[in-house]
Design a protein around this ligand. Sequence first.
Ligand code: GTP
Ligand code: MG
Length: 229
Amino acid sequence: MPADRLPTGIASVDRLLGGGLETDAVTELYGEGGSGKTLFCLDVAARTARASRWVLYVDTEGVSLERLRAIAGPDLDRLLGHLLVSAPHDLAEQGRAVATACALTRGGRRDVGLVVLDSATNFYRLALSGPDEDDAREALVLQVADLVATARRRGVAVLLTNQVWRNPKDGALEPLGGSFLNHAAKTILRFDRRTGPVRRVVLVKHRARPEGTAEFRITAGGLESVGPG
Ligand code: GTP
Ligand code: MG
């Protein structure tokens, strides 16, 4: 595995990504509700913290401690010792949480392996089509720019999730956040629901890998690779 990758621990996804998440760039996950974006973030966060590397987790949805407990098993205490969760309630608080995560990462005191922003567009979405839309877009652009710069400077994987809207022209599900977000993220993965607990991951964009797909299964104890290996 290249040194510049953070393994997700899900073999099919790591194969798709050439070893794992890039550690000097932002990876964006988008997909409809229930497609597994949050569970994926929690899974990678747990794996990273279990390896005694810090995870800075900005959670706009209310992370399920129950899920984290199930994924962590007996390692919960060790894992919580390397996990810093902030739970903003609006876009301004989200901005402060992202700034703090970036400052802690750049400060270099902790060995930060992963920064998560789940979801980047939860509060932004609420401002769309309202009087604050331009301000909200600008705030989001600044947050993502900070994350991009931090990833690049400190060699840290950044994972952000994005919600979708249905384009009335062709009915396709498209990521929110405009073209800025899609340029800022060097890797983009789309999560699709399949039958039952299986989810498909589509590699939409990557600097060094061909397009492709992978599958995982949601289980009580975390995400499991589907397919060979
Ligand atoms: P949004 O935040 O709404 O955009 O969704 P998301 O993409 O973040 O989805 P999330 O990661 O929260 O996935 C939740 C999905 O996992 C739901 O479809 C749940 O039914 C499913 N799920 C949660 N726990 C389990 C479990 O223990 N077993 C199985 N099979 N499915 C589960
Ligand atoms: Mg979610």
